[in-house]
Write a protein that binds this ligand. Structure first.
Ligand code: NA7
Length: 543
């Protein structure tokens, strides 16, 4: 059918978070015409939406920062070890202004459908503002934790009081002073916000389905031992980060939990606990994510810490995670989370023993008790990694939609592209290290790889790129093989798609490490784009 095309560009990027902003900047530098579509009213992505009290990053700001421009690094100084959401949002805005990015971004604009036109070798996009956009390349920079899970709790729509989602927090904040508040969910968002809500609310009831492991962030000024190596050799530090396992320079230990003494256990655990950082606590032992016994050493020592902090022994036991191995769900960083349960007006409800029967007009009903609330806060998480991508009606060659193709789990080559959807790229997509890494490092790597790829296509006179079936199948096998030697698949985590009812179970990110992954991507590009078919006026090339 014939439609009037409002905009015709080389590349459309969906999302103006850290991925989309850098993608726009790079492509514009390289002479491509680019349009960015962003559903929000401004830049920032995750940091635009998640404005709940206590929201912070969980990777130190020395590392959770762009590194593509040394001048930018000099121009911005983070105030704390872990920045608050408002500061991170200001950083995104600072970047947008510095590189004059907003002029190529359409805000309050959501892409609703995308169709691949094989004859013209172009994507046709439709937005909720009624725009029709044609482009040669289409980049989904739509985030891994951006589509909130709809409340899957009976009666949620009945409640007449105030309802909040941590992932869609009101811009002018919420005052809970004097209010009876319920928080549902104890992932990172719950664990960060609960101590803040407790400071205002007259009563706070936390509804916990699964306890999570959390370690104290030890926030404050950036520690000298973190600042020093960066200031001494910024380029060297960034290089080390790019070739590290998780995108943060870190000692690679050969010490096995299963073969070392109690003294070694204690010493290494204490150092990691003191650091207040995720990567060290996830790598106390080389084998902790591989073997139950080594993992249990770390888990038990976290349990001890919880019991030391929480005065009521029954509450302490409820807060100790025993259903999943340490690290198989992303551990949290907190400020006073466990101590909050020592406050007289804070109560913990264990949903395993006392499931919610229904949310009512005035509160929450369990089997044997009804509670009234003025406000309910949902900190119930996201349809992670694939949700935002397949929520757009994307139809590739032959009209097959991505949602149909991924019905049994996502299939990608390198987390970057998928067969049947030529010229569609995903940034930090499923099958890439993304959520298991420092996102900033992974984002920059993906953006750089995609930018290089488009430059190469242009230079070679090629119009289309798409992975081969064999490459995609091979990558899927590799991603699964890597996950299967770890404990990750044993947990009901959002990494496994297990938090969303009906979502196929499968490990979504690539666990082989940022370093191995970067090596693979570089090798593919250097080997004439091994595993991709490229075609154009000059013919077809497939290696
Ligand atoms: P998470 O980590 O997915 O946490 C969501 C929490 O909400 C988790 O405790 C869930 O329990 C709980 N939840 C979800 N649905 C329900 C229902 N229906 N009833 C009761 N409890 C429920 O999301 P976050 O936003 O906290 O953090 C996401 C990531 O952002 C985090 O990992 C960091 O990387 C930053 P469950 O564990 O499913 O039993």
């Amino acid at each position: 059918e014939a439609v009037n095309i409002d905009v015709n560009v080389d590349v459309v990027v969906v999302g103006a978070g850290f991925s989309g902003l850098y993608m726009l900047h790079r492509l514009r530098q390289l002479g491509f015409s680019v349009r960015v579509l962003e559903a929000a009213g401004d830049v920032g992505g995750t940091w635009y939406w998640n404005r709940y009290p206590g929201a912070r990053c969980d990777i130190p700001t020395t590392d959770y920062t762009y590194s593509f421009d040394p001048e930018l690094e000099k121009a911005w100084v983070w105030s704390e070890k872990y920045a608050t959401q408002p500061e991170i949002l200001r950083y995104a805005q600072f970047v947008a202004e510095r590189y004059d990015l907003r002029r190529d971004i359409d805000f309050d604009t959501r892409v609703v459908a995308a169709r691949w036109d094989d004859a013209a070798a172009r994507w046709h996009l439709r937005t909720d503002t009624g725009q029709h956009i044609a482009c040669q390349f289409y980049v989904m920079a739509s985030g891994c934790l951006s589509l909130p899970k709809t409340p899957d709790i009976t009666g949620a729509e009945r409640f007449k009081g105030e309802v909040y989602f941590t992932s869609r927090w009101p811009h002018d904040g919420v005052d809970f002073t004097g209010k009876r508040v319920a928080v549902i969910g104890t992932g990172s968002s719950g664990i960060q916000s609960i101590p803040h809500i407790a400071r205002q609310a007259s009563q706070l009831t936390v509804f916990q389905r699964t306890p999570n492991f959390s370690i104290p962030a030890g926030n404050g000024p950036v520690r000298p031992e973190r600042r020093a190596p960066l200031e001494a050799d910024r380029e060297g530090y960034r290089h080390e980060a790019r070739w590290s396992r998780a995108g943060v320079p870190n000692e690679r230990t050969q010490i096995y939990g299963r073969y070392s003494t109690r003294e070694v256990h204690r010493e290494r655990f204490s150092a990691a606990w003191q650091s207040g950082e995720l990567i060290p606590i996830l790598s106390v032992f080389a084998d902790q994510i591989l073997f139950r016994d080594a993992n249990a050493v770390v888990a038990r020592m976290v349990h001890e810490k919880i019991r030391e902090i929480v005065r009521d022994p029954q509450v302490a036991e409820l807060l100790c995670p025993t259903d999943h191995a340490f690290g198989t769900k992303r551990p949290c960083l907190d400020t006073d989370y466990y101590a909050t349960f020592n406050l007289p007006h804070v109560r913990l409800v264990d949903l395993r023993r006392h499931p919610i029967q229904s949310i009512t007009e005035t509160g929450i009903a369990l089997a044997d008790e009804s509670m009234d609330f003025d406000a309910i806060v949902y900190a119930t998480g996201f349809d992670a990694m694939t949700g935002a991508i397949v929520s757009v009606d994307i139809a590739g060659r032959d009209g097959l939609t991505l949602k149909q193709k991924w019905a049994h789990g996502p299939l990608t080559y390198l987390g970057l592209m998928t067969v049947g959807f030529p010229n569609l790229f995903t940034i930090t997509g499923p099958g890439s290290p993304s959520v298991l890494s420092n996102m900033m490092v992974s984002i920059e790597q993906h953006v750089d790889w995609i930018a290089d790829c488009l430059v190469r296509l242009r230079a070679d006179g090629m119009a289309m790129i798409e992975p081969t079936q064999a490459a995609e199948a091979g990558w899927a096998t590799h991603v699964n093989d890597c996950a299967d030697i770890t404990l990750y698949p044993t947990a009901d985590s959002w990494y496994m798609g297990a938090n969303v009812p009906g979502k196929p179970r499968g490990f979504l990110p690539y666990v082989g490490g940022v370093d191995a992954y970067r090596g693979a991507c570089d090798e593919v590009a250097a080997s004439d784009y091994l595993g991709f078919r490229r075609s154009g006026a000059q013919g077809t090339r497939c290696t």
